[in-house]
Ligand binder design. Sequence first.
Ligand SMILES: *[C@@H]1O[C@H](CO)[C@@H](O)[C@H](O)[C@H]1NC(C)=O
Ligand SMILES: *[C@@H]1O[C@H](CO)[C@@H](O)[C@H](O)[C@H]1NC(C)=O
Ligand SMILES: *[C@@H]1O[C@H](CO)[C@@H](O)[C@H](O)[C@H]1NC(C)=O
Ligand SMILES: *[C@@H]1O[C@H](CO)[C@@H](O)[C@H](O)[C@H]1NC(C)=O
Ligand SMILES: *[C@@H]1O[C@H](CO)[C@@H](O)[C@H](O)[C@H]1NC(C)=O
Ligand SMILES: *[C@@H]1O[C@H](CO)[C@@H](O)[C@H](O)[C@H]1NC(C)=O
Length: 474
Amino acid sequence: MEVVWLVVVFLVIIISLNGVECKRVKSRRRALDDEYYYSAISCRAHSASIVDYGGVGDGKTLNTNAFQQAINHLSQYGSDGSQLFVPAGKWLTGTFNLTSHFTLFLHKDAVLLASQDIKSWPVVDPLPSYGHGRDAAGGRYISLIFGTNLTDVVVTGENGTIDGQGAVWWQQFHSKKLKYTRPYLIEIMHSDSIQISNLTFLNSPSWNLHPVYTSNIFMQAITILAPVTSPNTDGINPDSCTNTRLEDIYIVSGDDCVAVKSGWDEYGISYGMPTKHLIIRRLTCISPYSAAIALGSEMSGGIQDVRAEDITAINTESAVRIKTGVGRGGYVKDIYVKGMSLHTMKWVFWITGNYGSHADTHYDPNALPEIKGINYRDIVAENVSMAARLEGISGDTFTGICISNATIGLAKKAKKYPWTCSEVEGVTSGVVPPPCNLLPDKGADKPAACDFPEESLAIDNLELKRCSYMMSYF
Ligand SMILES: *[C@@H]1O[C@H](CO)[C@@H](O)[C@H](O)[C@H]1NC(C)=O
Ligand SMILES: *[C@@H]1O[C@H](CO)[C@@H](O)[C@H](O)[C@H]1NC(C)=O
Ligand SMILES: *[C@@H]1O[C@H](CO)[C@@H](O)[C@H](O)[C@H]1NC(C)=O
Ligand SMILES: *[C@@H]1O[C@H](CO)[C@@H](O)[C@H](O)[C@H]1NC(C)=O
Ligand SMILES: *[C@@H]1O[C@H](CO)[C@@H](O)[C@H](O)[C@H]1NC(C)=O
Ligand SMILES: *[C@@H]1O[C@H](CO)[C@@H](O)[C@H](O)[C@H]1NC(C)=O
């Protein structure tokens, strides 16, 4: 009897010891599970979760106030910096504003859902370099995530999702009911040192990511998806920005995958802020009605020093397209493109000098754009309808166009003449099918190199830090 009792006590002790051991292991596991690591331009001293501010990730509760209160509260930490964690869940929200020295971090299963209640979106002024909204003459609905006059902002995650639920906006656009210009998913204005990385953006009401009047921008590992028929769902629009680096970007959309801009007609000319020093690397684009990379059409502040490398386009209308026109003014110069793999395309080289689409009727008909120094090399294309459609402006020849080492496989139903050129001037070498007379072949002994710059840009020397967010239970 006593022996049996002893054995029972012994067993109980062993079991409870095991229990302790289990618990200890478990709590260590928990800590591990709830620590998140990411790379960023700066790490932050202070952390909070959206849940701490009353956020509810049920897909129904509106979290606009939770986001804005969290960010307003965290902004007190100033240059020590702060980060806001968004856990797994569906977080319905209206628009909110970012602050400086701040990181918004999305868990991999976190989805921000943009409110579809159009009435609740505040309206802000048109951009000074545009003078007007693009969908309607007046103001613009503020972007879902907005920031102005900021420094050092990171929006990142583990490929978490920001879903613009844009269908209601597309309907309003098609039925011409919009009173103001549609919002973007993220707009950052007048700012410096911005990172957007490791996120997926879905169904934006209009453009997806719009840095404007901003410098030192780094975007990496971004997926952008929208129906290929959705209106103006441009992927990334660097607009009057300096030092921008876009890397590892995958975009399926209804408009240009990357659209480089710098203001519209007389407004862009007088604002006078170019987009320059832009790197685009490892971009994959699917956009049957638009370009992989567009320069313009709003380019009135100028576009200079764009370096595009390793571009893949599948079922996309054109590759790197320049869009401009009389009245735009400004310039597009020192453009370098190296390494493109293109599958199913209407025009590999497309330059349009009569794009039209004016802000208003007050544009200056003498404001002619200067287009020069446009370099393309190392290109393989297949199933192409026309190799090139290059149209300058009468009295304003587009010069210094250089194309080398390009093999363009034409489609079975290709157009009869693969090249059409007017008011353009330049050279080629090693281009198949043979180019138009305005772009003579320099031959194998004196090849047109269309050299890509060798010196790196400052934005390439960013040092990313290893940062973490630790879930706290207090
Ligand atoms: C994005 O995620 C990948 C894979 O986890 C990681 O290697 C990379 O450093 C991340 N980039 C940034 C800028 O967060
Ligand atoms: C966000 O910023 C815009 C533009 O500065 C401003 O109009 C708006 O009131 C701000 N929203 C909040 C909630 O502070
Ligand atoms: C933001 O910066 C711009 C350009 O420097 C300036 O014109 C504007 O007044 C600033 N806005 C605020 C709210 O500080
Ligand atoms: C991120 O998510 C998107 C959408 O689900 C997916 O297509 C993409 O492959 C993911 N990217 C990575 C790096 O996991
Ligand atoms: C020509 O382009 C192809 C495809 O991009 C590339 O593999 C090859 O190295 C290029 N040739 C030269 C001489 O640069
Ligand atoms: C070639 O392009 C046409 C459209 O111009 C498309 O219908 C067809 O599927 C493409 N073929 C291949 C093999 O990709």
